[in-house]
Design a protein around this ligand. Sequence first.
Ligand SMILES: Cc1cc2nc3c(=O)[nH]c(=O)nc-3n(C[C@H](O)[C@H](O)[C@H](O)COP(=O)(O)O)c2cc1C
Length: 173
Amino acid sequence: MKTLVLVFHPDLKGQSRVNAALAAAAEEMPDVTVRDEYALYPDGKIDVKAEQAAVEAADRVVFQFPLYWLSSPALLKTWEDEVLQHGWAYGSDGHAFEGTEFGVAVSAGSPEEAYQTDGANKFTIDQILVPFEATSNYVGATWIKPFVTYSAFGITDEALAESAKNYQAFLAK
Ligand SMILES: Cc1cc2nc3c(=O)[nH]c(=O)nc-3n(C[C@H](O)[C@H](O)[C@H](O)COP(=O)(O)O)c2cc1C
């Protein structure tokens, strides 16, 4: 299975610790292609044809990103708005995601306890990620359970290494 990991972190090669480690772990995997979207498009101008070609070459697409304001960094929204075109991703001629698995790998600064209906955020991570699951459904992809790294603020080297190992297992499935 060919997996495409689209990483949306505004500073993957600089400030990022968690997503940088996860992206490096993904890059070690056979049949996994990692694209650093902010590095590819520092001016925010997405090459739609190149992104569509990358999706078409994949059997599974994973959006990897840090949770920003209970959603994604802005370029991911731009990517969806521009790449998921009518007649390509959806509509009667839009079959690009047919037979494709789709999922997200997110890091959250807050701990898992915060993502409970009785926790600080009042919603579970699955609830917060519903727009991605619904988008997956809308384009006819098969949604896979999200991969989540909690407590990204101050995560220990050991916990981060464990998460990177678990991410490789997630990508190998
Ligand atoms: C603008 C911004 C918004 C954030 N919003 C959230 C949030 O809503 N929930 C949360 O758990 N963490 C939030 N965080 C923390 C990031 O998710 C966390 O710093 C990131 O996952 C760490 O990954 P990195 O080391 O790859 O940057 C936010 C961070 C920034 C910079």
